[in-house]
Design a protein around this ligand. Structure first.
Ligand code: ATP
Ligand code: LTN
Length: 336
């Protein structure tokens, strides 16, 4: 059996503890993470070093790091099957990021849309970390010789640059890194804001009505969907686009139904009925997660024990790759 585990393909992914996790994080990332955990050797990380590219209150960051881990587990990710850890606990991430910074071009980083969006939103804090964010993300992925990276559609460009960086390094030195592929689910890949349906739902949005939190209670969820922006049509059709297409996507991601099935179900019904139904199925999918979270978050010792063994397991793999990289770039190694 041990041999079999070694042969499994490798998955790496992470979420920033930069706010409370949203329905977008759940449908775009976490749900797929738990589906993939049986077939792959998975590393799921709480990427706290990425989170500080935007100003964080230290006490909240500390609290949210543990909460994010608890949400992972509450969403069905099994700590017995996967490696769960915090990015800053494995210093190889920062070390590899430095080396990769020196194989990454200013021009290619300047094209990243997340950098453009985030610097427009944080004009007073356009720091170098925000700019080199994709390099640290490439280090996260490449350290584990990752085959597959399950993310929402917004992260596709970052996976592409990670591939470019890996290929460049492999060509300059010699084959070192596996070239990773993105894994983007069919529905749920891009959940949009409920108040501005042309923007993605994001946990750091200032408007709390724009997102559903994984830990929101049923009343709050139903209220937020009631207020969701739709359009001036009255029929529930995907082709109307905007808010309605987003709500249909959410409905289908939560129920497993196809868009056509959902459209048929709501034929002859108004937006009011439809929004209520979306609220109901969404609340029903999130309720077990919330209950499990409430139990887990009380048990700090348990959560810390997972992070401790996770960091040990992750470090073993990460330092293997980092050693190779240091040797290839010509860093002098002292005899042991
Ligand atoms: P922030 O607002 O702090 O930038 P975020 O909510 O966008 O954060 P991340 O931590 O950057 O979340 O993303 C974690 C994972 O969740 C990524 O795989 C990302 O693609 C996915 N994700 C985030 N928002 C959405 C969304 N609206 N729809 C689908 N997937 C999403
Ligand atoms: N940038 C990602 C979070 C992230 C990540 C990763 C995702 C950091 N490192 C490695 C996948 C693999 C985001 O979702 N904003």
């Amino acid at each position: 059996m041990a041999g079999e585990t070694e042969k499994k393909k490798i998955i790496f992914s992470g979420v920033q503890p930069s706010g409370n996790l949203t329905l977008g994080n759940y449908l775009g990332a976490l749900k797929n993470w738990s589906i993939l955990q049986d077939e792959y050797n998975c590393f799921y990380c709480v990427v706290d070093m990425h989170a500080i590219t935007v100003k964080q209150e230290p006490a909240s960051l500390r609290r949210r790091t543990l909460e994010t881990l608890a949400v992972y587990i509450a969403s069905g990710i099994d700590p017995e099957k996967v490696t769960l850890f915090v990015q800053s606990h494995v210093s190889a991430h920062a070390e590899l990021a430095w080396v990769l910074n020196c194989s990454t071009m200013f021009g290619e980083l300047s094209r990243m849309t997340q950098f453009k969006d985030k610097s427009a939103k944080n004009e007073s804090n356009i720091n170098a970390g925000l700019f080199t964010y994709p390099v640290l993300m490439a280090a996260d992925i490449l350290l584990y010789q990752t085959d597959l990276v399950p993310v929402g559609a917004d992260q596709k460009q970052h996976i592409e640059i990670a591939r470019d960086i890996a290929e460049r390094f492999n060509n300059t030195y010699s084959p070192t890194f596996v070239i990773p592929e993105p894994y983007i689910g069919k529905t749920g890949m891009r959940i949009m804001s409920l108040t501005e349906p042309d923007k993605k739902m994001s946990k750091s949005d200032e408007n709390a009505n724009s997102y559903i939190l994984i830990l929101d209670d049923k009343d709050t969820i139903i209220k937020k969907f009631k207020r969701a922006v739709t359009d001036s049509n009255t029929v529930v059709r995907y082709e109307n686009g905007g808010g309605i297409a987003n709500l249909l996507n959410i409905y289908c991601s939560c129920t497993g139904k196809t868009i056509e099935e959902a459209e048929k179900e709501f034929e002859g019904k108004g937006y009011g009925d439809f929004k209520l139904a979306v609220g109901e199925v969404c609340a029903d999918s999130l309720e077990p997660v919330r209950q499990k979270f409430d139990e887990l978050i009380k048990d700090t010792a348990y959560l810390e024990s997972i992070l401790k063994s996770g960091a040990e397991k992750a470090s073993r793999q990460a330092y293997k790759t980092l050693d190779k990289v240091y040797r290839k770039v010509g860093f002098y190694k002292l005899p042991r």
